[in-house]
Design a binder for this molecule. Structure first.
Ligand SMILES: [Zn+2]
Length: 325
């Protein structure tokens, strides 16, 4: 049996998987509130205690973790946890334990996703022997590369979400100035993430928003903004979501160029499935392609949204399976 985890600042998802060729099979999964536990060890203990006796024999475990991993130790961002792979291995007698960057873990799911788990944004023409890339907006913005080497994809993490936001239109240039005056600098995460959508909303609503029930200078929850925009209840909310989608598409295109992602660009994270109609209305792909002279190249890159909200957990299980084989 394999243990997999997707460890985030808010939620920690653990799963038990049966190792099976190609794609590990989920046996049981459970979500835990990260802050309710002093460490990952206590979460694993609670999860394993709930399993039928005598408990699973674990051949390996992999965890995607939101934080910088150094020598298989990670201090979580915003949560007072230090996770050490060797401690987890010793405490639960698991032969192989690996900590992965959370986006790198999600990238391991990409090659095993089934057609029903993705929504096509651009069909393109996949080159099976080319690289792929993953971009995922949620609480933050993550980016990962899938290098095609020796007949398989090798996921590798990046910190691309913190690269400088490059505006392309007068609107986006004004947004950049607004963000720099607020934060000192603007990385892509200030625009493409849940908090990023709230930032754009403040930019398009200096006097507040009745549809989102916020006053002047007040931030609205991102899910409220996207609901108001998709329901077309407020023109300035519609504009905020349009800017968000357009910048998301442009940065996905940048990632495709930097990685030569001829096998495809995958859009993961919690936001994309919730705003799928806005990602499929043409604006995202127009911004993705508008990079002359590379337009013909980008028109051939397949682009899909990952619909499986447990892709990070699945990817960690895929990693544990590959490491054990
Ligand atoms: Zn509004």
């Amino acid at each position: 049996m394999l243990l997999a985890g997707d460890v985030g600042g808010t939620k920690t998802l653990l799963g038990l998987f049966l190792d099976s060729p190609g794609r590990p099979r989920l046996v049981d999964a459970c979500a835990f509130a990260t802050r309710d536990y002093p460490g990952l060890g206590e979460v694993i203990e609670a999860f394993l205690r709930a399993q039928p006796s005598p408990g699973p024999r674990l051949a390996g475990a992999s965890f995607g973790v939101a934080g910088p991993i150094v020598n298989q130790v990670v201090r979580l961002t915003n949560v007072p946890w230090v996770v050490d792979a060797s401690e987890v291995a010793a405490r639960f007698a698991i032969p192989k334990v690996t900590l992965l960057n959370d986006l790198q873990a999600m990238a391991y799911s990409v090659p095993v996703l089934e057609p029903g788990e993705v929504a096509v944004v651009q069909e393109g023409r996949a080159v099976g022997t080319g690289n792929a890339a993953l971009i995922a907006a949620g609480t933050g913005l993550g980016e990962a590369l899938l290098h095609y080497v020796g007949g398989r994809f090798i996921p590798s993490p990046t910190e691309g979400g913190h690269a400088d936001f490059a505006p392309r239109t007068a609107d986006e240039m004004a947004l950049l100035e607004h963000l720099v005056s607020r934060f000192g600098r603007a990385d892509y995460e200030r625009v493409i993430s849940g908090p990023g959508l709230a930032n754009i909303h403040l930019f398009t609503h200096p006097a507040g928003c009745a549809a989102c029930d916020v006053g002047p200078g007040q931030a609205a929850p991102p899910s409220v903004v996207s609901a108001a925009a998709l329901g077309r209840r407020c023109p300035a909310c519609v504009r905020a979501l349009e800017i968000f989608v357009s910048v998301y598409g442009a940065e996905a295109g940048n990632l495709a160029l930097r990685s030569v992602a001829t096998s495809g660009v995958f859009v993961g994270g919690g936001i994309a499935p919730k705003i799928l109609p806005a990602l499929q209305d043409g604006r995202f792909i127009a911004a993705f392609r508008a990079k002359a002279p590379m337009e013909p190249f980008l028109s051939r890159v397949p682009v899909s949204v990952i619909l499986n909200d447990r892709a990070g957990l699945l990817g960690a299980a895929v990693h544990a399976s590959l490491r054990g084989s």
